[in-house]
Ligand binder design. Structure first.
Ligand SMILES: Nc1nc2c(ncn2[C@@H]2O[C@H](COP(=O)(O)OP(=O)(O)O)[C@@H](O)[C@H]2O)c(=O)[nH]1
Ligand SMILES: [Mg+2]
Length: 260
């Protein structure tokens, strides 16, 4: 009975489809892998911040990569008393960017968003971004615009992020100059801008996919200060950095193909 609330994530091509009116205006996708101690409190905090403006008009979709630690079971405890929370499970290779897109494919809202489960993005950020979403195609939560910050990130992590941005500017200059934080893991956009575009990401980064494949004209940024992960540990690995290079090459090829 309880288990029937957990559905399989969509499969097939990574394309977001148009949707007829459902009454849902905002769908927030949370990708998870081994977030047992974060997901319950994070879902509660997110609902609490969205309810005042959007009760009954938003949904949250958790896309879990079959975590062995009981992440989905922890999410289910909150979902049982919050019908706006939908739980989906993927099987096979763990893929963050693909998980996020699978969530948008399952979503029924007119505006699609994503945020991490580990509290590095404050849960209240989504409500703040929502208030800016009406006159923009895309709203990006940014660490690098005025008012934002990376908190007390260790030097090694800062250097890594700096290298990743530099590589992005070299490989995809037109894309990386459009926003101050193109590697942000928290953003929202109008479904319409992505409908019909087939994506093929690898690795961690989903905003660059949306920037390359989406028909985005207007962008606004919402500053935030990145926090420490509340529990558990990061799943970012050296392999993910190599995958990021492959992702940039693929996206560059997509842009070149579109020009010629
Ligand atoms: N579905 C899914 N989620 C993931 C995967 N790796 C990380 N996540 C989730 O993506 C978010 C960011 O991951 P994290 O490991 O904190 O990356 P970091 O913030 O760059 O260190 C968190 O909500 C993770 O649970 C994955 O392979 N699949
Ligand atoms: Mg994190």
């Amino acid at each position: 009975m309880l288990i029937s609330r957990i559905h399989n994530a969509p499969d097939g091509p990574l394309v977001v489809q148009p949707i007829s009116r459902t009454g849902i205006v905002l769908s927030v996708v949370i990708p998870t892998f081994r977030e047992k101690d974060n997901i319950g409190p994070f879902l509660s905090a997110l609902c609490e911040s969205l309810d005042p403006a959007l009760a009954g008009r938003y949904e949250i979709i958790v896309v879990d990569d079959d975590s062995p630690d009981g992440t989905l079971e922890a999410a289910l405890q909150i979902a049982n008393s919050h019908p706006q929370i939908r739980l989906t499970k993927r099987r096979g290779k763990h893929e963050l960017a693909i998980s996020v897109i699978r969530g948008w494919q399952a979503a029924t809202g007119t505006i699609l968003a994503t945020i991490n489960a580990d509290f590095q993005h404050p849960p209240a950020l989504i409500a703040e971004m929502w208030s800016r979403a009406h006159d923009s195609d895309l709203v990006v939560a940014s660490r690098y615009c005025a008012g934002g910050g990376v908190g007390d990130w260790p030097l090694r992590r800062r250097a890594f992020a700096c290298g990743a941005r530099f590589l992005g500017i070299v490989m995809l200059p037109a894309i990386f100059r459009r926003v101050s934080d193109p590697l942000s893991g928290c953003f929202m956009f109008r479904r319409d801008v992505l409908v019909g575009a087939e994506m093929n990401p690898i690795g961690y980064k989903s905003l660059v996919e949306v920037l390359v494949h989406g028909r985005i004209i207007t962008i606004s940024e919402c500053p935030y200060s990145m926090r420490k992960r509340r529990a558990g540990s990061s799943k970012a690995t050296f392999l993910k950095s190599l995958e990021y290079i492959v992702q940039l090459c693929r996206l560059r090829a997509t842009l070149e193909k579109a020009i010629h």
